[in-house]
Design a protein around this ligand. Structure first.
Ligand code: HEM
Length: 216
């Protein structure tokens, strides 16, 4: 276990930790988005998706523990890198805000990350830490949540923040893992933008859709 903590002390080790855990979240978000998209096909398909998900229960528990571990490593390492960069920041002259190819996504990573952490906590309290028996309770939790208009704005704003975070995190993780060849990078950056747009539109429209289709 010592090698693990020694590696975490180096900045390249920290970047790798951010990249690997970030990749785990990208995979999780793909699966989560596909599952949630069943809502657009109606309540029955969504309930069947929830039932199939819960039928995988022992596996789901392992995945949840994995996600929690990834989240702890990602947040702790991200905060450490942020603190180290802040301490090493150049003082005495103004840096051009968009200099060096910096984007909104790259400049706001620590802040969007913290907003996502707050969002996920609220989200888990509303949809995960509930009594899932009967399984229709998950659907009920969703309609109860989105019947309250401020939550529609909260969820839509949160997924836009998620999209901004991914717009930088996606290509950055591939760069850290070594895929920074000039030939492939434009394609990876394009894929990152497509994925963040899909996440923003796919997740972001769900609260409005639930409200229009199942509440009013
Ligand atoms: C409007 C968008 C979203 C909706 C409607 C939604 C819906 C849900 C539902 C229904 C569950 C419970 C699944 C179950 O236990 O059966 C869930 C769990 C979860 N969601 Fe979301 N979600 C959304 C966006 C997100 C986003 C953007 C993230 C991450 C940044 C996220 C992270 C999670 C996590 C970590 C869980 C716990 C996984 C588990 O139950 O094992 N969700 N979500």
């Amino acid at each position: 276990m010592n090698w693990f903590f020694n590696m975490l002390r180096t900045s390249i080790g920290k970047k790798w930790m951010m990249a690997l855990t970030g990749l785990g979240f990208v995979l999780f978000l793909c699966i989560h988005l596909i599952g949630n998209l069943t809502l657009y096909a109606g309540k029955d398909l969504f309930l069947s998706y929830v039932a199939h998900l819960h039928a995988l229960d022992p596996l789901i528990r392992v995945a949840e523990i994995g996600l929690l571990f990834f989240a702890a490593v990602h947040v702790a390492t991200g905060l450490t890198l942020f603190w180290q960069n802040w301490q090493a920041r150049p003082v005495g002259y103004q840096m051009k805000k968009s200099g060096g190819g910096r984007t909104i996504g790259s400049r706001t990573m620590p802040y969007t990350g913290l907003v996502i952490l707050g969002f996920v906590m609220v989200h888990l309290l509303q949809f995960h830490f509930i009594d899932h028996d009967p399984q229709a309770a998950v659907f009920q939790a969703m309609t109860d949540t989105f019947a309250f208009l401020p939550y529609i704005f909260f969820y839509t704003a949160a997924v836009i923040v998620v999209a901004v975070h991914i717009s930088h995190g996606f290509w950055s993780l591939f760069q850290t893992l070594g895929a920074n060849h000039p030939k492939y990078m434009p394609a990876i950056k394009g894929l990152g933008i497509i994925f963040s747009l899909l996440a923003a539109v796919g997740f972001g429209c769900i609260p409005v859709y639930v409200y229009v289709r199942f509440i009013i």
